[in-house]
Write a protein that binds this ligand. Structure first.
Ligand code: CA
Length: 220
């Protein structure tokens, strides 16, 4: 992992470089704002540690310019400024985190690690039995054969699969899939469920089951 430290106080810059290198990061130090920005734009860094008060260009401005150039690299500010207004300004400039000087190296290291941790999102594919729903491509498959669904059918299936194994109440399904406070006893839900099962070739006992008087559940 490649880290750029933009810090004009030589003691702090040295301390950071040494500490991070001991943790097996590779570290480049820039001591002015313009030098830091030029490096950040020219080389692929995994993270930037940026002092707020820098010669030539403030850390805040550096961050703004980086974001304006569509660089998404995580930025952590190092600063003695700690008012709410400063924190807000830093975050608005596109910083990901904020460490108040003086800081303990252990704390800084932990925050660096949090930023470098790969983002763990919800799984993009859900399934039950032979049915697989891909959120990313908005496709549904049964035994690898694509099944075309309407938007509402897709949303209904997605909701049931996201709550697989749990009974989804009628009101809950109506409110979440239709986004409005539908009268939940109108039978609209049953019409959609029947259409969904028909397209998926499922009987009412297969995978998408009716819980009489309560709702529906997706289960193996
Ligand atoms: Ca400074």
């Amino acid at each position: 992992m490649h880290i750029l430290v933009v810090e004009d106080e030589p003691g702090i810059a040295r301390f950071l470089k040494q500490g991070l290198e001991e943790e097996n990061f590779s570290v480049v130090v820039a001591s002015t704002g313009p030098a830091g920005l030029a490096l950040a734009l020219a080389q692929p860094f995994d993270l930037l540690l940026v002092d707020w008060m820098l010669p030539g260009l403030t850390g805040l401005e550096l961050c703004r310019q980086l974001r304006a150039a569509r660089h998404a690299v995580p930025v952590i500010f190092l600063t003695a400024k700690d008012t709410v207004a400063d924190t807000v300004a830093g975050l608005q400039a596109g910083a990901n985190d904020y460490i108040k000087k003086p800081f303990h190296f252990e704390e800084l290291l932990e925050r660096v690690r949090v930023q470098l941790r790969p983002a763990v999102g919800p799984p993009e594919r859900f399934g039950v039995g032979p049915i697989v729903l891909d959120v990313g491509t908005h496709q549904v498959f049964k035994n690898d054969e694509e099944i075309l669904l309407t938007q509402k059918e897709f949303a209904l299936l997605e909701y049931l699969l996201r709550h697989k194994g749990k009974v989804c109440r009628r009101r809950q399904l109506i409110e979440n899939v239709w986004d409005i406070h539908f009268e939940y006893n109108t039978g609209v839900l049953d019409v959609y469920m029947n259409a969904l099962r028909k397209k998926l070739g499922l009987s009412p006992d297969d995978y998408l089951q009716t819980i009489r008087g309560v709702g529906y559940v997706a289960r193996e």
